[in-house]
Design a protein around this ligand. Structure first.
Ligand code: PBG
Length: 326
């Protein structure tokens, strides 16, 4: 006797059944909302290439962070645009710097929310690179580590709950871990941008953060998009140096990398950064009426979860939160 015809459609007939057998879920608990902070009062500069995203002064930022927390989103990631830039990015580790002040203001009004700070120099250096630059124009690794450690420490002293180094210098997680531990902050986690590619998908972000390099590009420190084995090496080194959460960035063009890192390091949470270019492409097509923004954003974020990310950093967090449960 022949077997009966297999009918996978039986489990797709009605929404309650589909809901029951769904393998991947997306909840607000897994989202991190980025914000850009700028000097001044009552400032909300729209970012031209990122509809719906603004550079906000601290007085405008705090109520938005409060609202974000009320929407159920547990964490924000902060980027700062300093008043002045210089070769060593001194605004990054100034106790009165933009991030340090923003963190203090948020912690005063919304102490519950998890404040994560991006630790990097590119927004603060006049040349726009993520590290110290030599006379020959090379980005120097070890002299940068000291500055990054100082920056991370000053964020934590201001009240940051998690620091997230994004510069891609070798050894920075270890340098930051040591600096935090020596100052009594051994309880503060590091979310490492462990696997960060040199990507054109960061274009709109550099408008938002005013951090485009003045010369050259970031290929001497960020990863080559052709490589995936190297992702394991980067992730492993960061874990050995003390990273608590790993990140792959960008997300959508690197879903295979998310899967590889998830499988290679099941012992730690994995984040993925759904970056500015991924956001702007959807917004632009939606504005033209070419795609259904709500559905596209849901499908994209689910694909990042399905690939293996536990946590998603996304400019869509506040847009999607109302349609998600926790
Ligand atoms: C800082 C940094 C960048 C992003 C996050 N941190 C830009 C870059 O490396 O040039 C990109 C985020 C995005 O595109 O949304 N180094």
């Amino acid at each position: 006797m022949a077997f009966p015809v297999q009918r996978p459609r039986r489990l797709r007939q009605r929404e309650p059944i589909r809901r029951m057998v769904r393998e991947t879920r997306l909840s607000v608990d897994q989202l991190i909302q980025p914000f850009f902070v700028i000097y001044g009062r009552d400032v909300a500069n729209p970012v031209r290439s990122m509809p719906g995203v603004f550079q906000l002064s601290i007085d405008r930022l705090v109520p938005q962070v409060e609202e974000t927390y009320r929407m159920g989103i547990p964490a924000v990631l902060l980027f700062g645009i300093p008043e002045r830039k210089d070769p060593l990015g001194s605004g990054a580790y100034d106790p009165e710097g933009i991030i340090q002040r923003a963190v203090r203001a948020i912690k005063e009004k919304v102490p519950e929310i998890v404040v994560i700070t991006d630790v990097c120099l590119c927004e603060y250096t006049d040349h726009g690179h993520c590290g110290v630059v030599s006379e020959k124009g090379e980005v120097l690794n070890d002299p940068t580590l000291e500055l990054l450690a100082k920056e991370a420490l000053s964020h934590v002293e201001a009240g940051a709950d998690i620091v997230a180094p994004s510069d891609m210098m070798d050894g920075r997680v270890g340098a930051i871990r040591r600096a935090l531990d020596e100052s009594g902050y051994s309880h503060i986690p590091i979310l490492s941008y462990a696997v960060k590619y040199a990507s054109a998908f960061y274009g709109p972000f550099r408008d938002a953060a005013e951090s485009a390099p003045r010369f050259g590009d970031r290929r001497s420190y960020q990863m080559d998009p052709c490589n995936v084995r190297e992702a394991i090496k980067e992730a492993q080194l960061d874990l050995e140096e003390g990273a608590d959460i790993l990140m792959v960035k960008p997300a959508l063009p690197y879903l295979d990398v998310i899967r590889v890192v998830r499988d290679a390091f099941p012992q730690v949470p994995l984040a993925a950064y759904n970056v500015s270019g991924e956001y702007s492409l959807v917004k632009a097509a939606a504005q033209l009426g070419w795609v259904d923004e709500g559905k596209i954003m849901m499908e994209m974020l689910l694909s990042i979860r399905r690939a293996g990310a536990d946590i998603i950093i996304t400019y869509f967090a506040r847009d999607i939160a109302p349609v998600l449960g926790s």
